[in-house]
Design a protein around this ligand. Structure first.
Ligand code: S3P
Length: 185
């Protein structure tokens, strides 16, 4: 049990962090902080342009800055980007600031969801499946060491996955007493 007031979603591209975040934030009375959207709003350009102009290193630096700022707050649902766990300092911050849920999905489901995606620079390669497998091999140990709970949404609609995760959270997430109780569905 992690008595935290923030709820954090981690996991790979296509796991549904943003869509589950949008559904779960009001359910638990939390303010949604989608780190990728915050970076884009601040830069005034989309993520592919940031990668193009500043490289992945530039993007990671911006990601670290936004994550540090958000982790200082409370009562938030923090939806991270798939690579936010690469940085050890980010992992430590996420662990300390919230109850961390790893949305675990298989490569097939990722491929189905991201098949035509053009917004993720790391997927603009000929061999998407191979890239996703390589990213999973590198990152799954990091998701595992960062999370308080592993949740496998499976190939269901976001609304069903959100309802199932909400039930898990009611069982496992001991909220910080300063935050309001969950709003019944
Ligand atoms: C990335 C995932 C993306 C975004 C960026 C890099 C990654 O977010 O942060 O394209 O390294 O896996 P999503 O996980 O929301 O797609």
């Amino acid at each position: 049990m992690n008595p935290a007031s923030n709820l954090v979603l981690i996991g790979p591209m296509g796991a549904g962090k943003s869509s589950l975040g949008r559904l779960l934030a009001p359910r638990f009375g939390l303010v949604l902080r989608d780190l990728d959207r915050m970076i884009e709003e601040r830069c005034g350009v989309a993520i592919p342009t940031i990668f193009e102009l500043e490289g992945e290193a530039g993007f990671r630096q911006r990601e670290r800055g936004v994550l540090e700022e958000v982790c200082a707050g409370a009562g938030q649902l923090i939806a991270t980007g798939g690579g936010a766990v690469l940085d050890p300092a980010n992992r430590e911050r996420l662990r300390r600031c919230g109850f961390v849920v790893w949305l675990k999905v298989g490569i097939e489901l990722q491929l189905r969801r991201l098949g035509r995606d053009r917004s993720r620079p790391l997927l603009q390669v000929a061999e998407r499946e191979q890239r996703l497998r390589q990213l999973a091999a590198e990152r799954e140990p990091l998701y595992a060491e960062t999370c308080d709970l592993v949740f496998e949404p499976g190939p269901v609609a976001a609304r069903s996955a959100a309802a199932a995760l909400a039930r898990e959270l009611e069982r496992h997430w001991q909220r910080h007493p300063a935050t309001p109780a969950a709003v019944p569905a």
